[in-house]
Design a protein around this ligand. Structure first.
Ligand code: ADP
Length: 449
């Protein structure tokens, strides 16, 4: 494209996703502005953006979450759009609204849609209304322990308490019987209140050995919706994803088709636009139940890019500029091969304790079928203030076995010295017969530890 859909884009994020957005902007010929905290002064997004503006100290609340500082940076640098990445302000409806009133395009869904999807028990009700299957649970937020016990008795134990504004696996409690419910409800409410803006908690049926399956959505601002297949993210630790793949080795084609047709109608009815992910749990019978919508680009988006050949971040930008999906996409969506992503975190592979610090030695793997998205470099520092993601290693193959073989090879060639990483853990997973056979659920890692 000769001239981009925007004049200049500010990236309200850091780390690998900030670099990923810079790459998409470079491909589109759009100049970029990086904003950074004092801890990220020597980071790659700062180096590779066309312009960089310091927005505050290391603490996120005073930099990457500081809306006035980010808007000032946007105004000073005269950008006409902001890409929020994932995390930080990406699902903050207030931020999307401030952008809108400041005349800056927020690259994501409309503020009111972000707000509705951010209240998980409301998103549940909306999906149910449009025929998307949900797990049996409470009608909205729980108002008392008595109501919780009544609901749990109706659907049967075990149940799970979940924070309405939840994220990152916080504010969740599994409940096995009525006598432990009041205590766990109080705990969940307290944890939710401390971590999020709201202490609201709802309840749903607990699936003991679920698989996590999610669908990638792209929707334009003219009511057109595409569903770019699924990702399986069942390899988790503490309800957080470690490894993702597409397609799922477990999803039955007829279940996929049924859910996709309901989902397409629901997404259109909601007025959803831009990229998004709809998450489901699969029960032991292989059926899917909606759990939540993530109204942003996700960490694991490259596996979908690998099997569809579609650049999701570039698509987000062009959709935000008002382009139609039929112009943004290269043609009918087609799926080819298999892709796996390993999250390389700076953490102890046994305890999962964070392991920030200076990278004293680094070798990034490459070769056929390998992609590495990272902001890491030799002598660079992984600061302790933010999430521990160092790199995403994506392996693509003509089938799942070829993707696994390439991933093993890439993990062998991936060297990070000076900090601990999850590389040894991923090597172990790749050699685990149950993983290779596609036979696992969200308890896979827990069973080992
Ligand atoms: P968060 O927004 O905090 O990430 P999610 O609703 O996405 O919360 O759930 C995160 C993970 O928690 C799921 O991938 C799954 O492992 C577990 N989980 C959530 N709901 C249930 C449930 N009803 N039954 C069993 N596990 C669940």
């Amino acid at each position: 494209m000769a001239s981009g859909p925007f004049r200049k884009i500010l990236i309200a994020n850091r780390g690998e996703i900030a670099l990923r957005v810079i790459c998409a902007c470079k491909d589109l010929g759009i100049p970029t502005v990086a904003v950074y905290s004092e801890a990220d002064r020597y980071s790659l997004p700062v180096r590779f953006a066309d312009q960089a503006i310091c927005i505050g100290p290391a603490k996120s609340s005073r930099s990457y979450l500081d809306i006035p500082s980010i808007i000032s940076a946007a105004e000073i640098s005269n950008v006409d759009a902001i890409h929020p990445g994932y995390g930080f302000l990406s699902e903050n409806a207030g931020f999307a609204e401030v952008c809108q009133v400041s005349g800056i395009k927020f690259i994501g869904p409309k503020p009111e849609v972000i707000a509705a999807m951010g209240i998980k028990e409301r998103a549940r009700a909306i999906m149910k209304e449009h025929g998307v299957p949900i797990l049996p649970g409470s009608e909205g937020v729980l108002s008392s322990a008595e109501e919780a016990i009544e609901t749990a008795e109706r659907i049967g134990y075990p149940v799970i308490l979940k924070a309405s504004a939840g994220g990152g696996g916080r504010g969740m409690r599994v409940v096995n019987s009525a006598d432990e419910l009041p205590g766990l409800l109080a705990q969940a409410q307290q944890e939710a209140g401390a971590a999020f803006a709201s202490a609201d908690v709802y309840l749903e049926k607990y699936i003991a050995a679920p698989r996590h399956i999610e669908f990638q959505i792209l929707a334009d601002e003219h009511g057109n919706v595409e569903i770019l297949g699924e990702r399986e993210c069942s390899i988790q630790r503490r309800h957080q994803k470690l490894l993702e793949e597409s397609p799922s080795p477990a999803l039955r084609p007829e279940v996929r088709e049924r859910v996709i047709s309901k989902l397409r109608a629901a997404i259109r009815a909601i007025g959803y636009s831009n990229a998004g992910t709809v998450e489901f749990l699969m029960d032991e019978k292989g059926d899917l139940y909606f759990i939540e919508v993530n109204a942003r680009i996700q960490v694991e988006h490259p596996v979908t890019e690998a099997v569809t050949g579609i650049d999701l971040v570039k698509s987000q930008i062009r959709i935000a500029a008002g382009e139609k999906l039929s112009d943004v996409l290269p043609g009918p969506v087609q799926f080819r091969g298999h892709a796996i992503e390993c999250r390389i975190n700076a953490e102890n592979p046994q305890t999962f304790a964070p392991s920030p610090g200076r990278i004293t030695g680094l070798n990034l793997p490459g070769g056929i079928g390998i992609r590495v998205d990272t902001h890491a470099y030799q002598d660079g520092v992984i600061p302790p203030y933010y999430d521990s993601l160092v790199a995403k290693l994506i392996a693509y193959g003509s089938d799942r076995m070829e993707a696994i073989d390439r991933m093993k090879r890439a993990l062998d060639l991936f060297v990070v010295e000076g900090i601990h990483t999850s590389i040894p853990l991923h090597k172990r997973i790749m050699n685990e017969p149950d993983f290779v056979a596609g036979n696992f659920d969200t308890n896979f890692i827990k069973r080992w530890m």
